[in-house]
Every structure is written in C-alpha cells, then in structure tokens.
Write a protein that binds this ligand. Structure first.
Ligand code: AMP
Ligand code: GLY
Length: 423
C-alpha cells in the first residue's frame, strides 16, 4: 500500500523509519519531511492544509492511507475533510476527526470530558472574559502554586504555573483580556496543582478497542536537573520503572478504559493515537492532559521497542479490527537524547552544517529539525537530532547515546547530559 505521512519532526522520522520496515508498504511519502525522512521514504512538498493540493496528490499517487503526525491538522479537521470527499473517503486516516481532536484542542473540553466520565484529573474551573472577576476570586480561594491553561492550542506554551497570587491574577487577565495567546486564550482553565512524577502513556485505538504501547518519560526543561524554561522535549526514556504492572493496571482501569468508553458514549468515532500525559500522585495516576498524536521525543524511544509491524497495526486500526491484536514489545530500555540549537527554546539560528551523522554505531539517529542542502545536512529547527539507543540497562543505553551525541556536531550544539537522572 501507499502511505502519506504528514509532519517534519523527530516523531515523523521515527514513524517513517518504523513503517518503512513493513512488507505491506509499497511507497511512503512524507510531507514535508526532513533530511532524515528522505532516507526511508520520499519527501514531497505541498500544502497539506490546502484541500485541493492534498486531494490532487493523494489521487495522483494512489494513496491508501494518511498518517497524521502533529495535532494541528487534526484539530483543524483534516480527517473530516478527507472523509467528506466522495473521491477520498475510502482512504484510511490515522488520527481522529475534529471532534475527537478536541481532547487536545480544547483544555476545557478535555476537563469536561474527564469529569463526565470520572477520570481522575486536577480540580478545575473554566473562565472567559465575562467571568474575569469570578476567576480572580477562584484564584484567591485556592492554594499556590497556581496552574493557568489557555484553552486552545498555544504551541506548548499555554500552560503557566506561578507561585505568587498577584502574578497569577495579572497573568490570568493578560491571557483573557490582553490576549497573550490570541484566540487560544479566549477561555482559561485554572486548576489545582498536582505534585508527583510525570509519564506519558500511549494507546492506538480503533474507537472500540485499543492496544497499549510502551510508556515513556520525557524531559521537558532545557536545563539539567529539570531547570529553566519548557521545551518540546530534551530526551526520553522507556520503560518507566515506577510504571509497574500494578500502576499500569490502575491506568487502564481508571483512565484508558473510561476514556475509550467515553468516546463511544459521545459518539466520537476515533482512529488513532491517544497520548495520556499522566502524573503519579502517591501511586495514583491523574491525567494532566490528553494529546491526540504521539509524543516527541517519546516516539523516538517507544517505536524502537515496538516489534509489531506498525503498518499492520494501522490497517487494523482503520478497519476497527484492533480487538485482540497481538503487540510485541522489546524488554530492553530505550533512551533518546535530543541535540538542540543554541538559544532554544528562545530564538536560535538555523542553517548550521551537521557532521558525524554516519557515526551512529548501534544507535539510531532520528532527524528532528534538519534540511538537506547542496552543502550537506543543515540544522533547520530548535530541536535538531534525536539519538536513540537500546540496551539491557538504562545506563548502557544512555552511554551509547551520549557517545554518539559527542560525535554528531554542529555549531551551537547543546544537549542534556542527565536524561533519566531521576528514575
Ligand atoms: P500540559 O501542556 O497540559 O502538558 O502542561 C505542561 C506541563 O505543566 C505539564 O507537563 C506539567 O509539568 C505541568 N502541569 C500542567 N498541569 C499541572 C497540574 N495540574 N499540576 C502540576 N503540574 C501541571
Ligand atoms: N513530549 C511532549 C509532547 O510531545 O507533547
């Protein structure tokens, strides 16, 4: 079959690498892809948000399946558009329709969904510009630290945690009245702060059944020891030692299964990944957020552990045939170390030549933000290269990734040397 994968990051290179191993695959196209994806498929450049361009490509290349990497096209309804087009509606799409994508696209929707289906999450209230005063009173009533969340998609920057009440009140007004996040901040969720260790749990669902994929932990802060501003993710580890059988069975029983049943109850027909951003509060899992896609850089540690054919899994997902589907997971630990550009997550330069990409040894090099030019492979993003290694122990896997991290180089390279430090 012919598959079109949308996206351009480390997650997409990893998904492309994994799908490319499938005997079911004839041709894989990645739009727009990066310098890494072109080694496992064919990069194509058109505007996938433009329905006519997408349609022309899909028909010309006899695409059988579209796999959507990032959340934005899902929240904007790319699956709905394909399903509503008579000439395209036979094409399988991995990723939910607009309504299901609201689990990530609207924090308020996600909170109401969790409350309705008794899924454990932090206590919250939602406010808009007509209830600013109520929001200020609510902040005064709850304890510090204060968690403020812009309702809509805000490129991972929409969550602000503050210790000081006055600062929280100012920021709250800044989002609602000052439009700090534009339309994404038309509503603000204020919620109770939960204290614990975070982890990411992933499932692939056909809307009725689901398969559990390996869990992972990601390292979001730029600085070692989890300091400094949030990034897209500086590294990941899978499995997560505290996610033992007992904890994961609580996750299934209290979170995953009620979510799938809730989707059915809401008549949300969902085919794709669900990423549960969880926090372990004294042995009890709570949902911090839902995402309707895989995580990045979690994918880079999760997919190398998946032994099952991903294309077969996607076909079963699209055919609503996931019930009882056998999934084989490698017991080894996988770790990912992300090389980023100097300045990231603030302003950074692009176009730095990358060397040492042939020095991977037993590790895998997944491109996150790269571009092939006449000079060679150049940096093209804040997160540039993900180095994933697998070994019997976490220490051994980390050693391998750090060795490769030294050999791959570009001007301004930075990475965290403490991935996995806390587990
Ligand atoms: P989100 O974009 O919802 O994942 O939030 C970004 C980060 O903020 C999370 O990964 C957590 O570290 C933190 N966070 C969000 N909500 C809470 C909460 N209720 N309690 C503690 N930390 C939170
Ligand atoms: N690594 C977190 C995310 O993909 O949202």
């Amino acid at each position: 079959m012919n598959i079109l994968l949308l996206g351009s990051g480390g997650r997409e290179h990893t998904l492309a690498w994994k799908m490319a191993q499938s005997p079911l695959l004839s041709q894989l196209y990645i739009c727009p892809g990066n310098a890494g994806t072109q080694n496992v498929g064919r990069n194509v450049d058109f505007d996938y948000n433009n329905h006519e361009q997408l349609k022309a490509f899909v028909l010309a290349k006899n695409i059988d399946m579209v796999v959507v990497g990032p959340e934005m096209p899902l929240v904007n309804g790319i699956h709905d558009t394909i399903a509503a087009d008579n000439e395209l509606k036979h094409i399988a799409v991995i990723g939910p329709k607009k309504k299901g994508a609201q689990l990530e696209g609207s924090k308020d929707f996600a909170k109401r969904f969790m409350n309705k289906y008794h899924i454990p999450t932090a206590h919250h209230k939602t406010f808009d510009r007509f209830s600013v005063n109520d929001g200020i009173e609510f902040l005064k009533d709850i304890k510090s630290p204060y968690v403020l969340k812009a309702d809509g998609l805000a490129s991972g920057k929409g969550v602000i945690i503050l210790d000081d009440l006055n600062e929280a009140i100012d920021t709250f007004q800044d989002i609602l009245v000052g439009e700090k996040f534009g339309a994404a901040g038309n509503q603000v969720v204020i919620e109770e702060f939960l204290s614990g260790v975070e982890l990411s749990v992933f499932v692939l669902t056909d809307g009725k059944s689901y398969v559990l994929l390996p869990e992972a932990k990601d390292y979001k802060r730029i600085g070692e020891g989890d300091t400094g501003p949030n990034t897209g993710g500086m590294g990941s580890v899978s499995p997560v030692p505290f996610a033992d059988e007992k904890f994961l069975s609580l996750v299934k029983e209290r979170i995953i299964e009620p979510t799938i049943l809730g989707l059915q109850d809401e008549k949300i027909d969902y085919q794709g990944f669900i990423f549960f951003g969880l926090i372990n509060v004294k042995g009890h899992p709570y949902v911090i957020e839902y995402n309707v896609r895989m995580g990045d850089p979690e994918t880079e540690s999760v997919m190398p552990r998946l032994k099952t054919d991903l294309v077969e899994l996607f076909v079963a997902t699209a055919k609503k045939n996931l019930q009882g589907f056998p999934v084989e997971i490698a017991p080894e630990t996988a770790v990912t170390v992300m090389l980023v550009s100097k300045g990231y997550p603030d302003a950074y330069e692009k176009g730095k030549l990358i060397s040492g990409l042939d020095q991977a040894s037993d590790s895998k090099i997944f491109h996150a933000g790269t571009k092939a030019t006449a000079r060679g492979v150049e940096t093209d993003g804040g997160r540039v290269i993900a180095i994933s290694s697998q070994a019997k122990t976490r220490e051994e896997a980390l050693k391998q990734s750090f060795e490769v991290a030294e050999k791959v180089s570009f001007d301004g390279k930075y990475y965290r040397r403490d991935i996995g430090f806390d587990i």
